[in-house]
Design a binder for this molecule. Sequence first.
Ligand SMILES: *Cc1c(COP(=O)(O)O)cnc(C)c1O
Length: 349
Amino acid sequence: MPYELCEKIKNMTPYEPINGDYSIRLDANESFIAPNKMLQQKIQDAVAQVSFNRYPDALAVELCKAFSLYYRVGVEYITAGNGSDELISVIIGSLLQKGDTLITLSPDFSMYRFYGEMAEMNMVTLKKGESLEVNVDDILKAAKDHSAKAIIFSTPCNPTSLVTDKNEVLRLINSTDMLVVVDEAYMDFSNQSILQEAVSFDNVIVLKTCSKAFSAAIRLGFAVANKRITNALRAAKSPYNVNSVTQAIGAAILNEADYNRDCIKQVLQNRAELYQDLTDLALKKADIIKVYKSETNFIFVELQDAKATHAALMNKGIVVRCFNRHLRITVGSKDENKALVAALDELLK
Ligand SMILES: *Cc1c(COP(=O)(O)O)cnc(C)c1O
């Protein structure tokens, strides 16, 4: 008998990022700010210190210290990962068991479903209402109805750009025994974080990433949870998961608090301008149905024909993400944002 791939992997295809020559990339929610001279130097100095013949520090102590100082949370509650993607995979693969019910919301970050299916979870997907906001009562009801073991969701949400009120997230956590995984990938651009509170609960993991506000290149994410859960995560991850170069660079970046806050300020400034330009455009273009008020580094826009607009933008060398009726537009530099708005002005009616 020839070897056969198993059911769950048989029909899957590798992730294909958009390739080709596009002058403006606003599709992946990266930061538009490259490191300045000062940070470039710090990064070079940090890499020069790496012992390249040795394995990395298994617990990434210096890196976790830098995270601890920047976000004001104890080092004993922090686990580092190869992007928060790896941590999502470890959480679902190791803190849950095959057949457990895992709740996800829709629309939300698509990787939750992917890892859930890989780990053979019983996936329950709750559709968000028309406002696209997270509804805690709906979640609690579904959790009860399905005896769910865990929920994972993003706040602020990718792709809706909306944040869930911190008190609502805390109410959810307080009202259930299931594991609540709160993905705060975009919380650097908002102010409803539960990071400080997370460690005092039995059943919470907060996920953070460097990919959106700092550097997507180094693949670095963090999980914050109480000691018991942190121990479990550290036990479940592969021992040397975060490589030495990433550890060194990550620490160098997180140690530049003033610089980081200034970068985030620039993103927020450009977001405000892009939001204003898009809402102004919406006033004269019936093709634009709604511009969502963003709490992230991207803007979510509902269009009459998102797919056609997406394709037409590509033809002009501008890439954004398309979701059925919506476009997700990463906040770029001032020039990139102006070019995007000008292109939409030309394309839309
Ligand atoms: C980008 C993103 C992540 C993951 O990022 P990594 O690059 O793997 O750290 C996680 N969650 C959400 C909601 C994201 O948008």
